[in-house]
Design a protein around this ligand. Structure first.
Ligand SMILES: C[S@@+](CC[C@H](N)C(=O)[O-])C[C@H]1O[C@@H](n2cnc3c(N)ncnc32)[C@H](O)[C@@H]1O
Length: 222
């Protein structure tokens, strides 16, 4: 994961990356509102968000600014498995968000035992599922289900194989990741995701994002 932090900065430092993030966060809230996720737009004092797997301070800054603008009183938890990612976000929070209610923790998303049952309103992540096998991805959805409030929502962007073009793009992405970062990705099909959503009883919608083939999803806990 050390390698990941260093090398992903080439992507996240592109100005286009931050405008992409801003756009998808805005769309995420609209998607949740359409699915009638509870209080997606309100600013209740106990509204709690989880940014689950963050590549570092650039994504974190964009997410924190976005959420605190629409929900100034909320609590935000940021987690990642990588020590470098967590350190960089801790420094960012100390420097730029000293008064906000933000917790940054090094944690495995498969075991979020420091987060209580039904305590989270919004989980967001991006390009995260390739770190999970078919079996552990279902475990991840179950863990998210445990911590989500009823009508809480999850938003993410993901490239899943759904035909020749997306399968090929996924294979190329895996190849590039192996060569450039030394990380072998787990590739998932769209049908596999749909089966998982059914197993954990999430209603969902799927739309396109500004990056071709990288779809944006919104899931609501029922
Ligand atoms: C693709 S990145 C997220 C990138 C994100 N879209 C961004 O813009 O910052 C994935 C991150 O997930 C983290 N990660 C991988 N497996 C994890 C796990 N089981 N629990 C928590 N974080 C994990 C990696 O350390 C990495 O920083």
């Amino acid at each position: 994961m050390k390698n990941f932090y260093r090398k992903f900065q080439i992507v996240s430092k592109l100005p286009l990356w931050t405008s992409y993030l801003h756009r998808v966060y805005r769309d995420a809230i609209q998607d949740a509102t359409k699915l009638k996720a509870q209080d997606a737009l309100s600013d209740k004092p106990n509204f709690t968000c989880l940014l689950c797997g963050v590549s570092g301070e650039i994504t974190a800054r964009e997410y924190l600014n976005f959420v605190l603008e629409i929900k100034p009183k909320c609590k935000i938890i940021v987690i990642d498995l990588g020590q470098d990612q967590v350190n960089s976000v801790r420094q960012l929070v100390k420097r730029e968000f000293p008064k906000a209610n933000i917790e940054v923790k090094q944690a495995n998303a498969l075991n979020l035992n420091f987060i209580g049952d039904k305590s989270i309103d919004w989980i967001d992540t991006d390009g995260f599922f390739s770190f999970f096998t078919e079996q552990t991805l279902l475990e991840l959805f179950k863990e998210w289900k445990r911590i989500l409030k009823k009508d809480g929502f999850i938003t993410f962007r993901e490239l899943t194989s759904d035909g020749i073009v997306s399968s090929l793009a996924n294979k190329l992405r895996d190849r590039a990741s192996q060569v450039y970062m030394g990380i072998k990705l787990n590739l998932h099909t769209t049908n596999e995701l749909y089966r998982d959503f059914e197993k954990v009883k999430f209603k969902f919608n799927r739309n396109s994002s500004p990056i071709p083939l990288l779809d944006r999803y919104c899931l609501v806990n029922t």
